[in-house]
Design a protein around this ligand. Structure first.
Ligand code: NAG
Ligand code: NAG
Ligand code: NAG
Ligand code: NAG
Ligand code: NAG
Ligand code: NAG
Ligand code: NAG
Ligand code: NAG
Ligand code: NAG
Ligand code: NAG
Ligand code: NAG
Length: 613
């Protein structure tokens, strides 16, 4: 058997390998690759290509650049909405290669010079000025500027509906430009849902009959789910043998939903229609009743546009449909580089109301090309491997250009990377961050949210030696959330009873309305532990919304840790009414929270109010 990342993929090898030798991939004929790298003992290493480098740092006497970035808050609006908003970013650094020269000097009142700390913003379309001389701070992100949405119907002379933006220093000597476009879609009349991306905070918002037409923020949390299990459940007349499962604890989609999971992602068994159409219709009807959101997977068919045309119309009237999913590790399989974008454009031409996602498996392999066809990027970094340096399946070394260890270019427990020995989950943290960083390197205006795929499966005789423990299962999700993951979709349900119980306990907390609101619509900030140890491994993030604060704390080491104290980002005000929603206790004193010792892989989810000074 050839490369077999997760068992159900194996049956589609012939399909994937068709593309394998097409240019621009560097493998010689007949050399099997994963992430472009040779992995068989009989083949030798070569440069796989497709590696994205950071833009060169700007040198010289004026190295700073200001990038004026203006984009709509939502990837679309609907016709009956009255107000829209622009998000404005004004980053300044010597890495903003896409920006204009910035000199920190402008004329103040009188004729003296002062720092260039405010930018005067003008936004217009055709002859209509939308925003005039609005002062926004320099080197700030996420400034929200409301506008009258009826203006989006206006067009410029070319009829394109593009808004022009100019920012200038108060003396008018330094100016910056941008363009932005607002999409306004008609209301749906077929009963289907609309799901859109919030560019300000990265979340997904959905509106349908299930939400009574209101926009609801959700933090998707669920699993890729075996189709044999689903079809067996939803088709009671089907008296075939039940599938052989890791756990028999959950016996209906109602029970799945009751466990706190709000998303289900059926894994298609294959065929040009992805799923049995009649059984899928039954499944969707149950999901509609349960308000269980569906991620619709076209992994085997996304390169076949006529198949997409067949599949999509059947889904449209179901309010539980949340988003689409095309490439399943297209970078691993070396699917054609234009495939994800061709599918994306085709999907949007049929249904502009739902985002398109895909999962990347590689560390850094044609990121730009594959993600050009996605609104949401998933990463499936499976770090609980037998070895990061030697493949137990193929008996070769694993490194940047060679081998497959089940976690591409991961360093878990590799003594050459001491940080990854102390923190064996660092690969997950690094990958999540990189999926955002690569977008910055490419100069992307609008950040595509990253979702995570925790390792909640086990395949015997593979790269992965065992099931995740309860503690590991939870750390795999929470570390991702701390580093910006806006959705969690584990591989694969039904999972082990231990992972099922751990993820249920976690899902029930994440599904709470107050928690989801903070995680999806709050402002996320990283918090550095203060005492007693600088540079502690403690991984902390906090979300603030109004007078509420949520903190997620992860100790990502197997070793026990010492005590810790953290200053929460409350703007100097004290934390009151601290509640432990999940995991270990912390106590609050003023703006600081603390605890004595830290157990192996300990986590906490805390919620409090920001009180007086
Ligand atoms: C800027 O300087 C650094 C360090 O000297 C150098 O490595 C880099 O290549 C230079 N970048 C450019 C664009 O010249
Ligand atoms: C500023 O300079 C201009 C010409 O350089 C001069 O005409 C003007 O009077 C000055 N204004 C003040 C307030 O000093
Ligand atoms: C510009 O200079 C002012 C002081 O005049 C300083 O407060 C500010 O941080 C500087 N901004 C940047 C982006 O360098
Ligand atoms: C623009 O705003 C700046 C600062 O807010 C102010 O000093 C200036 O007079 C304004 N200019 C116009 C044309 O309104
Ligand atoms: C801009 O803001 C970032 C993030 O707050 C900060 O790290 C950086 O030093 C600032 N840059 C300048 C030039 O002031
Ligand atoms: C019963 O379910 C199995 C597994 O999904 C499927 O292969 C089979 O065709 C179904 N049989 C009937 C009679 O629907
Ligand atoms: C689940 O139930 C089926 C049928 O009763 C059985 O064959 C299978 O071994 C069970 N699996 C587990 C993990 O209990
Ligand atoms: C593509 O999809 C069509 C259905 O629209 C199907 O007839 C055809 O066989 C599919 N092609 C492949 C190569 O699977
Ligand atoms: C997509 O790329 C493949 C090569 O991988 C090429 O054969 C095909 O013509 C391209 N399709 C389009 C529409 O550009
Ligand atoms: C890394 O090392 C720790 C501690 O020895 C061990 O518990 C864990 O299973 C190892 N993880 C991997 C992926 O090798
Ligand atoms: C990766 O390992 C192979 C086989 O040992 C070796 O030939 C190659 O030079 C290594 N590549 C790197 C980047 O170290």
């Amino acid at each position: 058997m050839s490369i077999n990342h997760v068992v159900p993929f194996a049956t589609f090898l012939a399909f994937a390998s068709l593309a394998r030798c097409d240019p621009p991939f560097n493998n010689p004929p007949d050399v099997d690759v994963w992430c472009g790298k040779a992995y068989r003992e009989t083949d030798s290493s070569f440069d796989p290509g497709g590696w994205l480098e950071p833009p060169a740092q700007i040198n010289g006497s004026n190295p700073l650049r200001l990038r004026l970035n203006v984009y709509p808050r939502y990837n679309f609006y609907v016709e009956d909405e009255e107000e829209g908003s622009f998000v404005v970013d004004t980053r300044v650094s010597d890495q903003e290669v896409y920006g204009g020269v910035y000199v920190n000097e402008t004329r103040g009142e009188g004729n003296g010079t002062v720092g260039f700390t405010e930018l005067l913003l003008k936004i217009w379309i055709g002859d209509t000025v939308v925003v005039d001389n609005l002062s926004v701070p320099v080197n700030t992100t996420g400034i929200e500027v409301p506008f009258d949405l009826s203006l989006a119907k206006l067009t410029d002379e070319a009829g394109t509906g593009v808004f022009e933006v100019r920012g200038s220093s108060t003396d008018g000597k330094q100016t910056y430009q941008d363009l932005t476009h607002i999409v306004v879609l008609p209301e749906r009349s077929d009963g289907g849902s609309m799901a859109r991306l919030d560019r300000l905070n990265g979340g997904i918002h959905v509106s349908s009959s299930l939400t009574n037409g209101a926009w609801k923020s959700i933090l998707p949390m669920g699993f890729y789910t075996r189709w044999d299990w689903i079809s067996w459940l939803v088709d009671p007349d089907n008296n075939t043998e039940p599938p052989n499962l890791a756990s028999n604890e959950t016996k209906s989609l109602q029970e799945y939903k009751d466990r706190g999971y709000n998303l289900v992602h059926p894994v298609p068994p294959g065929g040009w229609a992805s799923f049995d159409t009649a059984i899928f219709e039954k499944f969707l009807t149950i999901c509609d009743e349960l308000e269980l959101y569906v991620m619709y997977d076209m992994r085997h068919t996304y390169l076949n546009l006529s198949s997409i045309s067949y599949q999509l119309p059947r889904l449209q009237s179901h309010p539980s449909v949340l988003l689409y999913y095309t490439g399943d590790e297209p970078d691993g399989w070396t699917d054609p580089l234009n495939g994800t974008l061709l599918a994306y454009d085709h999907i949007k031409s049929i249904d502009p109301y739902h985002p398109v996602s895909l999962v990347l498996n590689c560390y850094n392999f044609y990121f730009k090309e594959y993600t050009s066809g996605a609104d949401i990027i998933l990463e499936d970094t499976y770090n609980l491997i037998k070895s990061s340096t030697f493949s137990p399946v193929y008996n070769t070394a694993c490194n940047r250009t060679y081998g497959d260890c089940g976690c591409d270019y991961c360093h878990v427990n590799d003594t050459a990377y001491p940080l990854f020995v102390d923190r064996p989950f660092e690969d997950v943290v690094e990958r999540t961050r990189r999926m955002y960083q690569y977008q910055r390197w490419l100069g992307k205006k609008e950040t595509k949210p990253v979702w995570g795929v925790p390792q909640w499966f086990y395949d015997a005789d593979s790269f992965w030696g065992r099931w995740a423990t309860r503690e590991e299962a939870i750390v795999l999700a929470l570390l991702r959330i701390n580093h910006g993951a806006m959705g969690i979709v584990g591989w694969l349900f039904p999972t082990s009873p231990e992972v099922e119980s751990a993820t249920t306990d976690l899902a029930k907390v994440l599904a709470r309305e107050d928690v989801a609101r903070l995680l999806v619509d709050g402002t996320g900030l990283h918090v550095t532990p203060t005492a007693p140890e600088e540079g502690s491994s403690l991984d902390v993030a906090a979300w603030v919304r109004g007078d509420e604060i949520l903190a997620v704390i992860v100790w990502p080491e197997y070793e026990v840790g010492g005590g810790a104290a953290l200053e929460l980002p409350t703007g100097g005000r004290s934390v009151t009414g601290l509640e432990v929603l999940f995991g270990a206790e912390w106590t609050a004193d003023g703006t600081t929270i603390s605890k004595d010792g830290t157990a192996s892989l300990e986590v906490s989810i805390l919620k409090g109010k920001i009180g007086g000074c």
